[in-house]
Ligand binder design. Structure first.
Ligand code: AMP
Ligand code: MN
Ligand code: MN
Ligand code: MN
Length: 282
């Protein structure tokens, strides 16, 4: 059970720079044993890269980074090993796609009120069929000379501090966790170090979260240690990954550098297999 896995990668299906095939090829080239494409609110990348992963001998795990709401703020829940064919999962991603569009239209409206000249059509064109997000708005702001980089665009215009809370009908975290589990998957709290206190993590675990992303480029060593210990003493799954965006949204980590042990993937697979078996027995 040796080997490593990168369980957090973005592609052109959301705000990453590489296509799913390119991302999986890159991961295979670094010698990783398993990889998961976890685009924002879509798992389209899984199907697009499935055959490449088989050819290259790397395990591709169904994944997605769900945008949800926790204590009135947006949060991210990672989903793994869910059944991508289920109707309600397909319906869910369609709904999220729509909510993301509506939210970007509201954001563009706020920017316009502040004298910034940009249109939804321009942002849609840049997104090139991807699940739209603020990094696509940032790209247009750069093209039009309003910002020097994506990071700069976030600092000047797109951060929550600048925009205020933009309400979108994203699910509550509790609801997202329930949905993932109903689809036979594992629900994992994404990069908690950046966002939560330990008591907030307790709350998400009480909602039914199965694990924590202990290893993430934003996590200082102490966070990694704290969450690893938390998982071990609460019988939770441990995951980790690079949150690779291909340089599109600022320096994070390269694929194959920030990883989790493959044995954690095996545990997650075993747990979700069991979950799927139990749900067919019902
Ligand atoms: P959205 O999906 O519209 O909520 O946009 C969030 C995405 O923007 C995140 O997943 C990151 O990829 C990116 N992002 C968030 N904050 C920053 C930042 N300060 N600098 C660069 N990229 C960012
Ligand atoms: Mn992103
Ligand atoms: Mn995230
Ligand atoms: Mn991410």
């Amino acid at each position: 059970m040796t080997g490593k896995a990168d369980l957090h990668i973005h592609t052109t299906c959301s705000d990453g720079r590489l296509t799913p095939v390119e991302a999986v090829s890159l991961a295979a080239g670094t010698g990783l044993k398993a990889v998961s494409i976890t685009d924002h609110d879509t798992y389209e990348g899984f199907r697009l890269a499935e055959s490449t992963a088989k050819e290259l001998g790397i395990e591709l795990i169904p994944g997605m980074e769900i945008t949800a709401v926790f204590e009135q703020k947006e949060c991210h829940i990672l989903a793994y090993y869910f059944d991508p064919e289920l109707d309600f999962m397909q319906y869910f991603v369609l709904k999220q796609r729509n909510e993301r569009r509506k939210r970007i239209k509201i954001i563009i409206g706020i920017l316009k009120e502040n004298g910034i000249d940009l249109t939804y059509e321009e942002v849609r064109a840049v997104s090139n069929g991807a699940n739209i997000g603020r990094p696509h708005v940032a790209k247009v702001l750069i093209e039009k000379g309003y910002a020097a980089s994506i990071r700069d665009a976030f600092m000047r215009y797109l951060s929550t501090e600048k925009l205020g809370q933009v309400d979108a009908a994203y699910p509550e975290a509790e609801e997202a966790i329930r949905l993932i589990k109903k689809a036979g998957g594992a629900a994992v709290i994404a990069h908690p170090g950046r966002f939560y206190t330990l008591s907030q993590v307790d709350k998400l675990v009480a909602y039914g979260a199965d694990g924590i992303e202990c290893v993430h480029p934003s996590h200082k060593w102490e966070y990694q240690l704290k969450y690893t210990e938390y998982c071990d003493s609460n019988a939770l799954l441990k995951t980790g990954g690079s949150d690779y965006h291909g340089g599109l949204t600022g320096a994070r980590s390269q694929v194959g550098v920030v990883t989790t042990a493959y044995k954690n993937v095996v545990k997650m697979k075993r747990m979700t297999d069991q979950r799927k078996k139990l749900s067919t027995l019902k």
